[in-house]
Design a protein around this ligand. Structure first.
Ligand SMILES: [Zn+2]
Length: 278
């Protein structure tokens, strides 16, 4: 069996730019009428390329506006081969998500992806939620949504990243063997429609699947995993709470060590709960 893992966000979808930013607001009329069509077009390009290649099982995680049960991708438009991960309200429950995939999926592809907070020439750049989060580091690499996803599947070949051209920097820092498939590029003023990017995505994914043997998962080692998170101006950590893990919480910076990626990413959720704004 060839199982493919596909991880979607929405800020990096085709056809959504600064002028029509309301299309990414999950729940709004513009999102319903226009935005969902954009990310669904990208999803279909990925899925159809995978089916034509011979993938026979596709598991989708749609993580934009996690916490809200309503999917961004119009699931009824996808072929029945696509299944969604069973997580409450689409929450970032990475261990639960990883546990629902087979031990050795064929590969993982990220799409609809945006750049990290602070990246230049980027559409809707942020790190999970900015503000309050300015950066999240794992062993020296600034990770946001792409990193959280692919590190949770670090033992699975990372095949391709699709989205804003500026999102490619995070993806390539995690694995320089991936195929990058930009669908918009602010630096060049390149803003194609989803109809135009459909074949770009389809062709890119086809190539990435054929190249799967030359890609790898992400080497994480089995030593210490050091995480740190910094906050934007105006935000701070509640430091009066006793923490029950090994870590340091300062005014605007927290660091914590974990014996595995999985545990480190889970602790992130606990550290995040200590964030306050002035
Ligand atoms: Zn998003």
């Amino acid at each position: 069996m060839k199982q493919l893992i596909i991880i979607a966000d929405m800020e990096g979808a085709s056809g959504i730019f600064n002028e029509n930013s309301s299309w990414i607001w999950n729940g709004s009329d513009d999102w319903r009428e226009h935005g969902r069509e954009c990310i669904t077009s990208d999803a279909l390009a990925v899925v159809n390329a995978a089916i034509d290649f011979g993938v026979d099982d596709i598991l989708l995680y749609d993580g934009h506006f996690a916490g809200n049960p309503e999917f961004n991708i119009i699931l009824e438009k996808l072929p029945p081969i696509v299944r969604v991960f069973d997580v409450s309200n689409r929450c970032f429950d990475w261990r639960r998500i990883r546990g629902q995939a087979v031990t050795n999926p064929f590969g993982i592809i990220t799409f609809g992806q945006h750049a990290r907070f602070g990246e230049d020439n980027a559409y809707f750049a942020h790190t999970i939620q900015s503000p309050p989060i300015k950066s999240l580091f794992w062993n020296g690499i600034h990770i946001a949504e792409i990193g959280s996803a692919v590190l949770s599947f670090h033992d699975v070949p990372y095949l391709a990243n699709i989205g804003c051209a500026a999102s490619m920097r995070e993806a390539l820092e995690l694995s320089d063997k991936i195929l990058t498939i930009p669908v918009k590029e602010m630096a060049k003023g390149w803003e194609p429609s989803p109809q135009e990017t459909y074949s770009i995505i389809y062709d890119g994914v086809t190539k990435a699947l054929h190249n799967a043997n030359n890609t790898t998962g992400i080497f994480v080692g089995d030593e210490l995993h050091r995480f740190s998170m910094e906050l934007c101006d105006g935000c701070f950590f509640e430091t009066s709470t006793n923490i029950t893990w090994k870590g340091t919480i300062e005014n605007t910076k927290a660091t914590w060590d974990a014996p595995s990626i999985e545990i480190g990413l889970e602790l992130f959720n606990y550290v995040r709960r200590l964030i306050k704004s002035r």
